[in-house]
Structure formats: C-alpha cells, structure tokens
Design a protein around this ligand. Structure first.
Ligand code: PLP
Length: 440
C-alpha cells in the first residue's frame, strides 16, 4: 500500500515549480465536469426546467473552477486505497483489491491458486460465462456440478461426487444472491487440499453463518458492473482473500510493478506472482481508476439499505405468489443465510400449472413484463463443443439443471421497482398461471 502513496506523491520538479506525476497527461476541466453532470443526471421530464437548472450549475462550476486546482491522480491513488480499506472493514477480510472488473479478479485468484492446463475446476452448470473464462483460456477443464433446484446454486453433494485427483478448485456462485451452502464445500476443500473461490457477483452485502459472502472462501469477490447490487460507474471488480498474499496481492493487478524493490538505475522492479505451488505467474493489467473507487465508496454507503429494500420486495413477491398453488416462491433465509435478492427466482411446478416456463415466459412478455432466464447451462454454448466438451454427456450428469432450465425457472427484477410496479409484476404472474391452469 505504501508504494501507491509514494507513487501518488511523486513530483516532477521543474526549477522551483513542482508539477504532479499526472502532469504528463491531460487534466479535466470545469467544462468536462459539466458534461459528466449532464451524463449522470439527464433530463427527467421537463427539459426546459432541466436546462434552466443546468445553466445555474454551469455558472457555479465556472466560479468554482476559479478557486480550484484539478485532480491530479486518476488511477490507483488515495480513492482506491480508501475504497480497499473500507472493503476490508466491511467484509472483515485481510486483503481487498479493486479492479477493472470481476472477471479480472477471478483471473488473479485462479493464477494465485496455481491453476494450470489439465487441472479441473468444479463450478455450477448454471452461471455466467465469466466464471469459466480464464480456466478455458488456459486449457483447464471445467467440471459442471448440478444445481439444487430450490436455489439453482451448485449442490455440494454433486460437487463431492465430481472431485477427482485433478480437481484444483471449487467455484461456488451465489446465484441471484442466495448464499451457497459453504460449510460442506469448505470441508471438501480442506479434505482434498484444494481452494474455494466464491463468485459473489450477485452476493455483495449477503452473509452466511455470520460471515460476509465473498470473504468465506480462499478467494472471493464481486462484480461492480452496472447491473449488480452496486456498481463503480458501470464497471469494476473487488477481489478479497484472507490468505497471506502479501504485497503481491495488490501488485497482481498492475503488471507486478513493485516499487518496494528497484533494479539498478531504475524506479521499480517487476514481481511475478508466486502461486500456491511456488510457480511463477505473469500478472496482467487490471487497474481500477480513482473515479471507479469513488463510485464504489459512494454506493457502498447505501449497500445495506439497498439489500434491505430488495429483501422487502422479495417478501412482497413471495406473499402474493404463494397464494397460487404451482408457483414456487423464492427460498427464504434460514438461520445460516442472509441473501441479497439480486434477482427474484421465479419457479413453477410444470405439472401443477399445466405448462412449462416457456409458456409462462411468453404470457409474461405479452403482459409487458421482461423476464429473463439470465443463467443457463454453460455446457450448451457452441464454444464448448469447439473445445471438445460433449454437451449431452455433461447434461446427463446435470439432470436437475436440465429440468430447471428448460421447464421451471426464470428471473424477475426486484430493484428499483416501485410498489406499484411490484404489484403489477406479481399480479401478472398470478394471472398468467391461472390462464395456464384453465388451458389458455
Ligand atoms: C457479472 C458477473 C460476472 C462478471 O463480472 P464482471 O465485473 O462483468 O467481469 C461473473 N460472474 C457472475 C455470476 C456475474 O453475474
């Protein structure tokens, strides 16, 4: 961390003047800030009124710029340090690293875990492509665990069946924000000497047995993409660990630049990553900007309140939908779990409602409701066949994934829906299911 401070404090001395490090690049000016304001707060209805208010902001910004310096450190500076300190505190973990996106965070965790070509990684059959992107890129083998039909999270019992001597990692995904049952996975990992990485892209702010999701496995972390629980100006990622990773954890995000060591006549040295087997891994560039860090810090303050609102919305949906037999409402928390309700998991019993999810989806779409089965069986992508995976053979090992995906589930949004929108959504589901039962 100190090294970043010294980088930030670096000054070019030009005679008596001292100009900042960033002075070799371009600054942002008041006019640019105005464009950012217009972008983040576009007209909401009465455009004439908006223009009038904007004119006031513009003159205030011009006046302010007369008294202001310009921000001179735009990446990996004090905002990033502060965001990481706040993250360590909130998630109660040893290290936190802010990144360009979560796919990059997983890449670093996979590298530190020593994943190599030919190794096996067990992950749920239902997730987002990002979870398996790095293992596929290096020729590691993805082993798909079947899902628990109640949560569509990976089923620890199926993980246990699929462990082989080549298994290096287990990657649970808290899909839709419902916490994976972590205890049996951590036990399996300890027994077999393998690592667990939590893909908590949907789980930011949730908890399992009193510990925050993302801080339970050997590695874990979050996407700060615009569609997640909170974001950092549209893109970002946060990687956590409690392992003793040392300086290399932060260095891993920026090509291994190491200001704590210098080579002769140079400012710094490059430190490769040393993985858990002592092998060298070459870091890439996954830095986060100061604005991303600021964006995260602003929204982190609201995270608990956002999760509470999502929870209320899910409870409302459950209340209305539980009145109609055949609709399977979202699983509620147990004594062990605190879910984030990132998405509402809507399931039906096809026999009881006289049709499957495709029919219900079409009816909801006709009622003007977007409902997306965001996450499908990963082994169905064409790329998997091109890589030599046999989709039908894998499907045979994931029967509940097949059943759920093709017949039973979809996702609905919960936040930031208004009470009226939620009511419309819940009623539309109930009416569509009643229609199906009547054979319409
Ligand atoms: C969004 C998402 C990711 C990827 O995050 P990025 O920040 O977009 O790289 C990974 N896994 C899951 C389950 C996601 O939903």
């Amino acid at each position: 961390m100190e090294k970043e401070k010294s980088t930030g404090d670096f000054r070019y001395a030009v005679g008596a003047a001292k100009v900042p490090w960033h002075a070799v690049g371009e600054f942002y000016r008041a006019g640019d800030v105005l464009e950012v304001v217009k972008f983040l707060l576009p007209p909401g209805g009465d455009e004439a009124a908006w223009r009038q208010r904007l004119a006031a902001v513009e003159s205030a910004l011009q006046a302010l710029s007369g008294e202001a310096a310009t921000a001179t450190k735009l990446t990996l500076g004090q905002q990033v340090q502060a965001a990481e300190a706040e993250a360590r505190n909130y998630f109660d973990c040893r290290y936190a690293c802010l990144l360009s996106n979560w796919t990059a965070g997983m890449e670093i965790a996979y590298k530190l875990s020593g994943l190599q070509a030919g190794d096996e990684v067990i992950m749920p059959a239902v997730t987002f492509i990002a979870t398996m992107a790095y293992p596929l890129s290096i020729g590691a083998k993805i082993v798909f665990a079947d899902i628990d039909p109640e949560t569509i999270n990976l089923d620890p019992a199926d993980v246990a069946r699929k462990i082989t001597p080549k298994t290096r990692m287990i990657v649970p995904v808290h899909l839709g924000g419902y916490p994976v049952d972590m205890a049996p996975l951590m036990e399996l990992a300890a027994e077999h000497g393998i690592y667990v990485m939590e893909d908590a892209a949907h789980g930011m702010g949730g908890a399992y047995r009193g510990r925050k999701l993302g801080a339970i496995g050997h590695f874990g972390g979050f996407s700060l993409h615009e569609v997640k629980n909170i974001n950092s100006f549209g893109e970002g990622g946060l990687l956590l660990t409690n392992l003793d990773c040392g300086e290399q954890f932060a260095q891993a995000r920026f090509l291994g630049l190491d200001f704590t060591r210098k080579i002769k006549d140079w400012l710094y040295d490059i430190s490769p990553l040393t993985d858990r087997f002592g092998k060298l891994q070459i870091p890439g560039n996954h830095s986060a900007s100061e604005l991303q860090a600021l964006g995260l810090r602003l929204q982190m303050k609201r995270l608990d309140a956002i999760i509470a609102m999502r929870r209320q919305a899910a409870e409302y949906m459950n209340g209305v939908l539980s009145e109609e037999p055949g609709i399977l409402v979202e699983k509620t928390d147990t004594a062990d779990t605190y879910g984030t309700h990132h998405l509402y998991l809507l399931r039906i019993d096809p026999k009881k409602v006289n049709g499957d999810i495709q029919t219900l989806s079409a009816k909801l779409a006709a009622a003007g409701l977007t409902n997306i089965t965001h996450f499908g069986p990963m082994y169905r992508f064409r790329i998997m066949k091109q890589l030599g995976y046999d989709e039908n053979a894998i499907a045979a090992t994931c029967p509940r994934t097949e059943e759920m995906f093709y017949h039973s589930y979809t996702h609905l949004p919960l936040y930031p829906l208004t009470p009226e929108q939620l009511r419309y959504q819940a009623q539309a589901v109930v009416e569509a299911v009643r229609d199906m039962k009547r054979g319409r």
